[in-house]
Design a protein around this ligand. Sequence first.
Ligand SMILES: Cc1cc2nc3c(=O)[nH]c(=O)nc-3n(C[C@H](O)[C@H](O)[C@H](O)COP(=O)(O)OP(=O)(O)OC[C@H]3O[C@@H](n4cnc5c(N)ncnc54)[C@H](O)[C@@H]3O)c2cc1C
Length: 229
Amino acid sequence: MTKIIDVFDKGYVRLVDSMGNDLSIVRAARVSYNSEWREGATSEKSDAKLISYLMKNHHTSPFEHVSLTFEVKAPLFVFRQWHRHRTWSYNEVSARYTRLPEDFYVPGCDKIGVQSTHNKQMREFHDATVDTARARVVLGLIKTQCEDCFISYRALLRAGVPREIARTVLPLATYSKMFATVDLHNLFGFLRLRLHEHAQYEIQVYAQAMLELAKTVAPVACECFVQGL
Ligand SMILES: Cc1cc2nc3c(=O)[nH]c(=O)nc-3n(C[C@H](O)[C@H](O)[C@H](O)COP(=O)(O)OP(=O)(O)OC[C@H]3O[C@@H](n4cnc5c(N)ncnc54)[C@H](O)[C@@H]3O)c2cc1C
């Protein structure tokens, strides 16, 4: 089973590490009534039933006994949204320590869309917005602007400007990398918000990739989560 999912042109989500699985949730829940210690995989119907019950009734703490660490490569504007989630632990590449490579995100032609008329923060995609001539102009502008930013960045570094100042000219589309650790309960909280159609399309794609990876760790819990969406 693959532990890495490519996202867009240069991004990805990798499942680096995990602790626990569906059985960890069941064990934690069953401690409530002092049940016997159990070894082995979760295969019993009663386990799946219990996990489903916990999910439906918001008995959330047993899900906190499963922990996942992801390595994520995503544009800075995606990280800005991601880092609002305070229950995660993060370590990100530092552009004070190191020079950033020229990696920036350019949306696909069909993902430019138009400003939504019914929701101030959203964009809309429909047939009329997939106009190749318009897309060529828009993507050309984005690409040229990002390339110019990196030209300036390199020029500043060559001129001996410190990395922490040179980086200030880089665009929000610049790819960054981080390690991010979260427990399953808080991952579900993140996914509820970021898989939702009101979330920005780009973070939705990262959220979907994380859900797929989490399914390899706790398939029953993830299935119950998806059913409740
Ligand atoms: C579609 C969308 C649009 C958004 N638009 C904006 C915007 O325009 N501007 C903006 O600034 N933000 C915006 N946000 C960010 C949003 O306001 C939240 O900061 C973000 O979604 C994190 O949610 P959270 O606090 O539930 O997550 P977490 O920080 O992971 O917290 C999880 C849960 O823990 C509890 N918790 C954590 N910390 C505290 C605390 N200090 N006090 C009390 N309870 C706590 C809460 O129950 C919380 O729900 C947007 C988010 C979404 C999904």
